[in-house]
Design a protein around this ligand. Structure first.
Ligand code: UDP
Length: 247
């Protein structure tokens, strides 16, 4: 698949349609595992601290441009990424795909009560999707036990929702041990599916500013407002100097 590097991190030239087509082909062929990883400005900026998370992104079969920050960085550095493919919206499309085709999904991550509420909502909204199981992200089970429990169900989809870099590091260690066909890291998506965290109002969604709404509505995230311009400057700097070995 064609991709480009943003500050050295690969992001694929990909759309919702192309990912869904690949999902169906992978599930029919049943040979190779498909790993869908979100790439956003926070991940790129912090990635240097976590080489194993970068390793996971490099090995993943699908690196999605998760957010307007990636689209802007691509534009500013002469890249080809025109559209966002957000982790949350893609997960919803995979749940719909699973519901239409009676596929199975396992859910790993988030607080126990959040996971429970998310699974209840998923069951109501996608009655034909087989919920293979769920394990919260604070479980006292060992990593081997988690892998074993997932493998007992051999799900088509595994959604891992533990935030960056926990989910990438966990996937990097465990994809090869898991009997799963399609993996996606989905950050805080279970919180949204549980109804605990609301998606942004339509205005923010229409203008690709969900990140701004989320930063403004959560004091813990307020610093992230400044991350976007800094990230854009850094990605242009990287393209001009580091990508060409001028430094
Ligand atoms: N989370 C988890 N286990 C942990 C830490 C976090 O399952 O040890 C979950 C958390 O409950 C939330 C998701 O990971 O559902 C995203 O967490 P956070 O908001 O901290 O990450 P961010 O969105 O800031 O990357």
């Amino acid at each position: 698949m064609n991709h480009e590097l943003i500050m050295g991190i690969p992001v694929d030239h990909i759309t919702y349609e192309s990912v869904l087509e690949d999902v169906n082909n992978h599930l029919l062929a049943g040979t190779k595992k498909m790993t869908i990883a979100s790439v956003n400005p926070q991940i790129i900026v912090e990635s240097k601290k976590y080489p194993e998370a970068v390793n996971f992104l490099e090995k993943s079969t699908h690196r999605i441009p998760d957010g307007i920050g990636i689209v802007l960085a691509s534009k500013l550095t002469g890249g080809k990424i025109k559209e966002r493919v957000t982790g949350f919206d893609l997960m919803i499309k995979l749940l719909e795909n699973g519901n239409n085709n009676k596929r199975s999904a396992f859910f790993y991550g988030a607080k126990p009560e959040i996971l429970g509420a998310a699974l209840k909502n998923i069951e109501l909204k996608y009655p034909n999707l087989v919920i293979a199981g769920g394990i919260d992200g604070y479980t006292t089970m060992t990593e081997e036990e988690v892998v074993e429990q997932i493998n007992r169900t051999s799900p088509d989809f595994l959604f891992v929702a533990m935030g960056f870099p926990r989910q990438e590091l966990w996937l990097n260690r465990n994809v090869s041990k898991l009997d799963v066909k399609i993996f996606q890291d989905v950050g805080g998506s279970f919180d949204v599916l549980s109804g605990t965290v609301k998606r942004a109002p339509k205005f923010f969604l229409d203008y690709h500013m969900e990140w701004l709404y989320r930063s403004l509505s959560n004091p813990k995230r307020i610093g992230r407002i400044f991350q976007l311009p800094v990230f854009l400057m850094k990605s242009v700097w990287w393209k001009i100097f580091e990508a060409n070995n001028l430094l």
